[in-house]
Design a protein around this ligand. Structure first.
Ligand code: ADP
Length: 398
């Protein structure tokens, strides 16, 4: 039987990430990253078997050009005819989509309707969809939404305490993001612990450059920290997370800043970077904090304290806590952050097993609390591409 491969695309406004996966084994046969799209020096880098090579996108430096270059690479490797379907990461499905879906013209219209909720991302995702339809003619395309898993969040958790008319007229509410990661990790956690996911009250912290946390109970999402946009919630690499919304008027009056400038500052210049005045990268922050850098030390403490506070509130949303799960680049690798967070959480019945915590790194899953802890903390590597590939294969009838 010929191998059935799934192409997974994740498009940004000037970038395109692609991965070709074997849906059965989960192996990535080829991955690519196109950058500087829509600029004259756009290029795409391919990676297979640990080897990288770069191709300039001179004639067609846009999303379609990048997908065409990917098709050419697949042809060179004799893989093009094995691609059976294309899965697309789509950032916002608003209230329209609570599950992944095969892309039809109606779905394209639906994704367009959600553009006000993800004005930078959904248009880029649509460019990727159009490019795939154009170049991989006749193949099924599937949309997998970042927001879909959070559509089970109850009204009392997604409603902002502002006049209801803004929700009715503009859909102003909390939506959440990282949903594909949470769905994957919640299933993996249940499998890893040998439990039924419907019987586990989980608090999952997805800690990457963007960071959020979610409560999952009875197998569905109960609450999450990101809101209308990814800015709400935890301290992140460059995002502030929760702030007093009056920061806008305060900085308008005192620093002569406008809405765009404050929004930009909160999204791109805040978080670990803003506090440390050094870097948004957690590794650098940890290294410099260990060297005594005051800004880095404070950034770590603020990051960890906010996270611990949110774990407490997500335990309320989940109706208790059986498993605290760490995932994402920081969650999977930083025993320092995990250790500092667990130090706050003895009252929830979580006690760190120091050796196990240090051992659970670089892609290794593991329980990192002591055997006599009332709840367990675990490290579970996420794999959003594989989740997208699985949905794509299932909905394409493969
Ligand atoms: P993204 O949100 O871009 O997908 P990732 O999930 O790749 O982000 O996570 C990136 C973050 O993970 C960075 O802050 C990086 O410093 C951090 N990270 C990766 N490895 C380690 C490590 N060994 N120790 C601490 N932080 C790490």
């Amino acid at each position: 039987m010929t191998q059935k491969l799934i192409l997974v695309l994740n498009c940004g406004s000037s970038s395109l990430k692609g991965a070709v996966l074997d849906n059965d084994s989960g192996d990535v046969l080829l991955s690519c990253l196109a950058e500087k799209l829509n600029l004259p020096d756009a290029y795409i880098t391919f990676k297979a078997n640990g080897k990288k090579h770069k191709v300039e996108l001179t004639t067609n430096p846009d999303h379609t050009g990048a997908v065409a270059a990917l098709m050419q690479e697949l042809q060179t490797r004799g893989l093009d005819s094995s691609i059976a379907a294309v899965g697309h990461r789509v950032v916002s499905g608003g209230e329209l989509y609570s599950e992944s879906i095969v892309i039809t013209e109606e779905v394209v219209n639906g994704i367009e309707k959600c553009i006000p909720l993800a004005p930078l991302h959904n248009p880029a995702n649509l460019l990727g969809i159009r490019a795939a339809q154009d170049i991989f003619k006749g193949l099924p395309n599937v949309a997998v939404f970042d927001t879909a898993f959070h559509q089970s969040i109850p009204e009392h958790a997604y409603t902002y305490a502002v006049p209801r008319e803004y929700y009715r007229k503009f859909g102003l509410r909390r939506y959440g993001f990282h949903g594909t990661s949470y769905r994957f990790v919640s299933e993996e956690t249940a499998r890893f612990l040998g439990k039924n996911k419907n019987d586990l009250r989980m608090v999952i912290a997805h800690l990457g450059n963007g960071a959020s946390i979610a409560a999952v109970a009875n197998g569905v999402c109960q609450d999450t920290s990101m809101g209308l946009t990814p800015l709400e919630g935890l301290v992140m690499g460059t995002r502030s997370g929760d702030v007093d919304p009056s920061i806008f008027s305060f900085l308008a009056e005192n620093a002569n800043m406008n809405i765009t400038q404050v929004t930009d500052m909160l999204n791109k210049k805040s978080g670990l970077l803003g506090i440390s005045e050094l870097s948004n990268d957690c590794r650098t922050i940890e290294e410099e904090a260990a060297n005594g850098h005051e800004g880095a030390k404070l950034a770590l403490e603020v990051f960890v304290y906010r996270l611990a506070k949110y774990i407490g509130s997500m335990a309320v949303a989940a109706g208790g806590i059986d498993a605290l799960v760490f995932t994402g680049g920081i969650g999977e690798n930083s025993d320092t952050i995990r250790s500092k967070v667990l130090a706050y959480l003895g009252f929830l019945g979580l006690t760190e097993d120091k050796e196990a915590n240090v051992a659970a790194r670089f892609g290794n899953a593991g329980v990192i609390t002591t055997a006599d802890s009332r709840a367990q903390a675990v490290v579970i590597p996420t794999n959003e591409e594989l989740m997208i590939a699985h949905d794509t294969a299932r909905l394409s009838g493969l």
